[in-house]
Design a protein. Structure first.
Length: 383
């Protein structure tokens, strides 16, 4: 514990710079309230990087008296981490390490608090069972992605639309009807009223679900006159934050011949989708349109710019397919695509102008692609 007298104005500056949180990496504990009762209190420790006495932790005959009350030599910490750096973990916490901790924490706080108030966003999380697996999305990871990309969460809790208690799997036909009914209902109950009353102006979407349901989610969001951005979970490096645009990236478009046959749109982006798999579902007369990349793989979507390119491309393709096959003809969709692209497909769909979509899902237990659900059919109405 420090014996130096640190001026109140220096303590105040430290509190502001640290955001009232422990500066030890990975802690970030709020030091202005009790964790259990949430009662307001001050439980901070003002820790010295170079001890205020030469004989203290990391003390120095010359620097200790000079820096005893200097802001640059102080860190805001919880009791446990103050005790760690000065006692049990003293050897692992030299001056250089602590200076780096302080700089990185205070830089992060400055970045977050510097975000304009109009860049507030509501985090929307949607999950649905994939096979027998119940996916989860971490709110802290979603919040980190939002902050990294220049926004900040509107609340401490996400707006969750999924459900984790379904016993039905996608091997059963009723799975799709049940999940569609749930998603439409929960959107109507939890999201639309808040959009109508103006309490939500901006949405950041994080989703993990079978691809037909992701497209339905995007479709239900398409007419919302608010800002919506969709995030993608990356494998390497892991996380949801958008990364740099990969040099030389391009989408590849393949079109069928001019015959007016049953139209199919294939997304061979996360994996290869061969024509025989489409023919097995539709018959040999299918006219296959395709969006792919030179080497399909499940972690190609790194940048928000790639997603923007997809939106521009799919709008053009939907118009071209409609011109050839007719607006009322259902377009059969066979997706092997990242989450964000599946959602954006639904978002670009215009209920009164575009073709209906008949969405298929790859199901190994049922031998290939199976019809899952339809979007934009006249008898289903609009969202």
């Amino acid at each position: 514990m420090s014996h130096a007298s640190v001026q109140d104005k220096v303590k105040l500056r430290l509190w502001v710079a640290a955001g009232g949180r422990c500066e030890y990496p990975g802690c970030n504990k709020a030091l202005y309230r009790d964790d259990l009762t949430l009662a307001d209190m001050n439980r901070s420790n003002v820790a010295h990087i170079i001890a205020d006495k030469p004989g203290g932790p990391r003390g120095d005959e010359i620097l200790s008296p000079q820096l005893a009350g200097e802001f640059s030599n102080l860190m805001l910490m919880c009791y446990d981490h103050h005790h760690l750096i000065d006692h049990e973990g003293l050897d692992e916490h030299p001056v250089e390490v602590l200076c780096t901790m302080k700089a990185e924490h205070e830089r992060r706080i400055e970045t977050v608090t510097g975000i304009d108030h109009e860049r507030k966003t509501e985090i929307l999380i949607y999950t649905a069972k994939v096979g027998h697996h119940n996916p989860r999305i971490s709110y802290p990871e979603a919040a980190t992605a939002v902050l990294t990309n220049g926004h900040y969460p509107a609340s401490y809790h996400p707006l969750e639309l999924g459900r984790s208690n379904s016993l039905v799997t996608d091997t059963e036909d009723r799975f799709w009807a049940d999940e569609e009914e749930h998603l439409r209902s929960v959107m109507q109950q939890r999201l639309l009223p808040r959009l109508e009353n103006g309490s939500i102006q901006d949405l950041s979407v994080f989703a993990r679900a079978p691809q037909p349901l992701l497209t339905l989610l995007g479709y239900l969001l398409c007419d919302i006159n608010h800002r919506v951005r969709v995030y993608q979970l990356h494998r390497e490096p892991p996380g949801w934050s958008w990364q740099d645009y990969p040099a030389g990236f391009e989408y590849v478009v393949e079109e069928p011949d001019g015959a007016k046959r049953r139209p199919a749109l294939v997304f061979a982006l996360s994996a290869t989708v061969t024509n025989d798999r489409v023919f097995a579902a539709l018959g040999d007369d299918a006219a296959i349109w395709r969006i792919t990349i030179p080497e399909p793989h499940n972690d190609f979507l790194k940048s928000a710019r790639q997603l923007r390119q997809f939106r521009e491309l799919i709008r053009q393709m939907l118009d071209k397919i409609k011109a050839r096959h007719g607006q009322g003809t259902p377009l059969c969709v066979f997706p092997a695509a990242p989450v964000a692209i599946a959602v954006e497909l639904g978002r670009v769909l215009q209920p009164k102008a575009d073709m209906p979509l008949r969405l298929y899902d790859q199901n190994n237990d049922r031998g290939g692609f199976v019809h899952a659900l339809d979007i934009n059919l006249a008898d289903r109405g609009t969202p």
